[in-house]
Ligand binder design. Structure first.
Ligand SMILES: Cc1cc2nc3c(=O)[nH]c(=O)nc-3n(C[C@H](O)[C@H](O)[C@H](O)COP(=O)(O)OP(=O)(O)OC[C@H]3O[C@@H](n4cnc5c(N)ncnc54)[C@H](O)[C@@H]3O)c2cc1C
Length: 377
């Protein structure tokens, strides 16, 4: 596995559990990439019916099982999500969205405006209504990656940090033979590209095109508070922002409490390369939207803000599974803003494929060769 983020960790966990000999290589520490800079929302609520929702529903079940296996340390909270609309038209749009989701197994309970505060006592008054999604949950992403890897190591996996994969070795038949790092050669009949936002670079080392791009996001962290926010709460327009392919700035706050007390307010979306500059405009917009939904947050101190770069593929679906162009090369990257949530299903599907089993879901929509190489006929 190349990458010790949550996706590589989940792949290592399920592959080791399936009895495979596994080595995980990362140029940095565990969770030093986007996993350490994300939030821990495990959402079905924001996904329309289709392959990504199928992955999310499978992951929902797997996260529940993992939480038992990994224990309290990963801060798994099956707290549910609440999506709210400020207008009747917005509520109607949520109703139509939820009807489609229900048809494929999502639990979505309509909440009239006057009952929203039974779920969230500090919500702004006057909202038109919303939906409660009891399957939405939360984990602490860096801890989840660390504990998945710890469990994988107990099952025999090797973890190598601080080494950069600089080459993917191919045999004369074009099949994968292993990888080279800046310090050693690792022989392997299969290589899993779990390099997140850098998955395109890793693919290029094997000679194939995979257009993973960074989509920047900021998160605000407040001072520790008593539980003023009980669920994951966001406004209806968040779904449109997630699905948008625009490179421009989009913000719609998702608000959640954490076991430690701080409230997390995420997240913006924009494609500005790997620009790490702190944007006050973005932070102001997120804070304003959060205070609109929860007026109690208007007087709360923000302790810090951080940013990360989501691994974005142009159709918003990850690349998962064997690459038909290079035998032995598998991809598990490009999960954009949902990689924490989708990690277990990704890991399980990769392990199933590596062990020659029929994967539980059709991997067709996630094929890495679905993107044409720009500039060639
Ligand atoms: C602000 C923000 C909020 C988010 N909120 C959520 C959320 O609430 N829920 C959710 O599900 N997702 C969320 N995400 C998205 C989520 O964080 C990512 O989808 C996920 O972390 C991707 O995990 P990964 O393991 O694929 O990548 P990463 O965690 O980036 O891991 C990839 C690893 O590969 C290593 N690597 C790369 N190239 C090489 C190489 N050549 N050699 C060795 N190692 C290499 C890197 O060092 C890195 O550690 C958010 C993201 C951001 C930025």
């Amino acid at each position: 596995m190349v990458g010790a983020g949550v996706v590589g960790a989940a792949c290592a966990y399920y592959a080791a559990r399936a009895g495979l000999a596994v080595a995980v290589v990362d140029r940095g520490p565990v969770a030093g990439g986007t996993t350490g800079a994300g939030e821990g929302n495990l959402l079905v609520s924001d996904k329309e019916p289709g392959p990504e929702l199928d992955l999310a529903l499978l992951s929902t079940r797997l996260w529940r099982e993992l939480a038992e296996d990994l224990g309290e340390a990963v801060e798994y909270e099956p707290k549910g999500g609440v999506v709210v609309a400020s207008t009747a038209a917005g509520h109607e749009a949520l109703r139509a969205f939820a009807a489609g989701q229900r048809a494929v197994g999502v639990i979505a309970e309509e909440v009239p405006g006057e009952r929203l505060r039974e779920l969230e006592p500090h919500l702004a008054p006057g909202l038109a209504g919303g939906f409660h999604y009891p399957q939405d949950a939360q984990v602490q992403p860096a801890l989840a990656a660390a504990h998945l890897l710890r469990a994988a190591r107990r099952m025999g996996a090797e973890l190598i940090t601080g080494e950069t994969v600089t080459a993917v070795d191919l045999g004369p038949d074009g099949a994968v033979r292993g990888v080279r790092t800046d310090r050693r050669r690792l022989a392997a009949p299969a290589v899993v590209n779990a390099a997140g936002t850098w998955g395109g670079e890793l693919a290029a080392l094997a000679g194939v095109h995979l257009p993973v791009m960074p989509r920047r996001g900021f998160v605000l962290v407040t001072e520790p508070l008593p539980r003023v926010v009980r669920h994951k709460v966001y406004a209806a327009d968040y779904v449109a922002n997630v699905a948008s392919g625009s490179a421009g700035l989009e913000t719609s706050a998702v608000i959640e409490g954490t076991p430690g007390g701080p409230v997390l307010i995420g997240a913006s979306r924009e494609r500005v390369g790997f620009d790490r500059t702190l944007s006050q405009e973005v932070l102001r917009r997120l804070a304003g939207q959060a205070a609109e939904l929860f007026p109690v947050l208007a007087d709360v101190t923000v302790l810090r803000a951080y940013r990360g770069f989501r691994p974005y593929l142009p159709d918003h679906l990850p690349a998962i599974g064997a690459d038909p162009r290079v035998p032995g090369l598998h991809h598990a990257c490009g999960h954009e803003g949902a990689g924490i949530g989708l990690a277990p299903a990704t890991g399980l599907l990769i392990a199933e494929q590596l062990t020659g089993k029929q994967p539980e879901l059709d991997l067709g929509p996630f094929r890495a060769d679905r993107f044409p190489v720009v500039g060639t006929a």
